[in-house]
Design a protein around this ligand. Structure first.
Ligand SMILES: CSC[C@H]1O[C@H](OP(=O)(O)O)[C@H](O)[C@@H]1O
Ligand SMILES: Nc1ncnc2[nH]cnc12
Length: 290
């Protein structure tokens, strides 16, 4: 058994969480540079918690410039076992309305300008992201959100776009009608891929703020409408998070879906060909298998 540490990555509108006991902002250094901000650590119901604002307090990093590798490395380095991503998203479904939460389970990655792996020349690895989110964590988030009185949809495909501009109407219709996506945002990729490489269980909660630009009656997505919805979504997100420790418990067994063993057979580079400098950078992420 391993001691649970629940890490929450807070997206747009969620820059802090209240109610942690022994709350302290801590600076964490990583071989991939500084994370988005300091990490707030503490306990909730006796269970270790960490909170990292994805864009930094005051929203300083654009979706392209979020230091995704440093963020995931930093969470792994401080002992996080379970990562909950909480994000603002547009919706492609009439029934997934602003204010609703979606427990995302699939992604289409359309991002093009981001570092997407901890591995590369000197230590090559290929993990599976066929099922990029952890159903055990998804169950906990779904229950926590329902208990908090939030309308929650289980399962959805998240289109990760580069941004920072929103989609054109033609793109919006393509993602919805042809590709069958349910929600859209700018940040869950490569975050989810990196969490898998770091053997962290990862769940993504999409907090719907708008109907993007496909909806005949809602016009085009616009930031003022998003901001108006963000505040209520963020306090609901915090309510959901408050319920997670009681659902996940202080001790965790191995993940039944294997998230925490993703690197078991993933590294292809022969031991004698591995670059010691690259291995040194992988100490937190892949130390278990190196
Ligand atoms: C608030 S408008 C667009 C912005 O919001 C989302 O951020 P996050 O995923 O961190 O909640 C979206 O991905 C964009 O970055
Ligand atoms: N419509 C949208 N597209 C991309 N990211 C978003 N974040 C919130 N709404 C969004």
């Amino acid at each position: 058994m391993t001691e649970t540490m629940i890490a929450v990555i807070g997206g747009s509108g969620l820059y802090e969480i209240d109610g942690l006991q022994g709350a302290e902002w801590t600076t964490v250094e990583t071989p991939w540079g500084p994370p988005s901000d300091q990490i707030l650590t503490g306990t909730l119901d006796g269970i270790k918690m960490a909170f990292l604002p994805r864009h930094g307090r005051g929203h300083v990093h654009s979706p392209t410039e979020v230091p995704y590798r440093a963020n995931i490395d930093a969470l792994k380095r401080i002992g996080a076992t379970d990562v909950i991503s909480v994000s603002a998203c547009g919706s492609f479904r009439e029934e997934m309305a602003p204010g609703h939460f979606v427990v995302v389970d699939q992604f289409i990655d359309r991002t093009v300008a981001r570092e997407k792996s901890f591995f590369g020349t000197g230590c090559v690895a290929h993990v599976s992201v066929a099922h990029p989110t952890c159903p055990r964590l998804g169950d906990a988030c779904e229950t926590a959100a329902r208990d908090a009185g939030i309308t929650v949809h289980r399962g959805g495909t998240y289109l990760a776009m580069e941004g920072p501009q929103f989609s054109s109407m033609a793109e919006s219709k393509l993602y919805r009608e042809v590709w069958g996506c349910d929600v859209i945002g700018m940040t869950n990729m490569p975050e989810a891929k990196l969490a898998r490489e770091a053997e962290l269980c990862y769940a993504s909660i999409a907090m719907v703020t708008d109907f993007d630009s496909w909806h005949p009656e809602h016009g085009s997505v616009d930031i003022t409408a998003i901001i108006a919805t963000l505040q209520g979504n963020s306090s609901n997100g915090a309510e959901m998070v408050r319920r997670l420790p009681a659902l996940l418990g202080a001790e965790r067994a191995d993940c039944p879906h294997g998230c925490d063993r993703a690197l078991d057979y993933a590294i292809l580079t022969a031991p004698e060909k591995r670059d010691p400098a690259v291995l040194a950078k992988l100490d937190a992420v892949a130390g278990r298998v190196l």
